[in-house]
Design a protein around this ligand. Structure first.
Ligand code: FPP
Length: 226
């Protein structure tokens, strides 16, 4: 498998079960992400996309939004050495302009410093699948693409990470059976794996189960197998 994508759900419930503030769940979620990157590396996965903050998440309490933003900023500022040493290329997809000048500058600096990595971590921030499609349509129009010229391939080139292959498998934790506006365009032929495990509890056993389930599936991609 080349590209794994994850909807990291259940941080809040994990914290609640432990009588901890929600932000403690998000911090444990960041640790689960670090672990998962190692599992991906060992399994030969080349791209990992994670849903860290949706366009809808701005509606959460001010406390939680600012807590998550400072957690992200801390992550971006403190991980440079580790990511470079592990050859991880850090990238962000989503509505960057929503994140503010400071976080944006930190993100751009980390993207530049990690650009030679051979494993790509894509973090979806202020991300919505419909929003990405609308922004791509606007970019295509602004570039003067004529209606007749707009093929699927041409349209893909206006998405946030046009050089990245579509996800093979999308995992959602915490038992919710929805896709929640994640990678709408890119997931056309993706397989899905849902697990009741809360994101901070996601471990190697869960990772292996997800990959095993994927490898047992027959992928027709809309065609017939010969
Ligand atoms: C969903 O759980 C999780 C989020 C909205 C945030 C995900 C963010 C992280 C894992 C932080 C770390 C990310 C990086 C890149 C450092 P929820 O809060 O909706 O959980 P609940 O449904 O149980 O309330």
């Amino acid at each position: 498998m080349e590209h794994l994508a994850i909807i990291m759900d259940g941080n809040g419930r994990w914290a609640k079960k432990r009588h901890l503030p929600r932000l403690a769940g998000h911090k444990a979620g960041a640790d689960a992400l670090d672990r998962t990157m190692h599992y991906c590396r060992e399994a030969g996965v080349k791209y990992l996309t994670v849903y860290a903050f949706s366009t809808e998440n701005w509606k959460r309490s001010e406390d939680e939004v600012s807590g998550l933003m400072s957690l992200l900023s801390q992550y971006v500022k403190s991980k440079e050495k580790e990511l470079v040493a592990n050859k991880v290329r850090f990238r962000v997809i989503g509505r960057r302009e929503d994140l503010g000048a400071k976080l944006n500058a930190e993100i751009a600096a980390l993207e530049e410093k990690t650009k030679d990595g051979d494993f790509t971590l894509l973090v979806a921030l202020s991300y919505g699948g419909r929003d990405e499609i609308v922004r791509a349509a606007r970019k295509a129009m602004a570039a003067g693409v004529k209606p007749d010229e707009l093929t699927e391939e041409a349209f893909s080139s206006f998405m946030d990470a046009p050089d990245v292959p579509d996800p093979d498998l999308i995992v959602r934790t915490s038992g919710e059976l929805r896709t929640s506006n994640f990678l709408l365009w890119e997931s056309a032929y993706s397989e899905y794996y849902f697990t009741p495990v809360l994101w901070p509890d996601f471990d190697r056993k869960e990772f292996d189960k997800a990959l095993e389930s994927f490898s047992g599936r027959e992928r027709r991609m809309g065609g017939r197998l010969k």
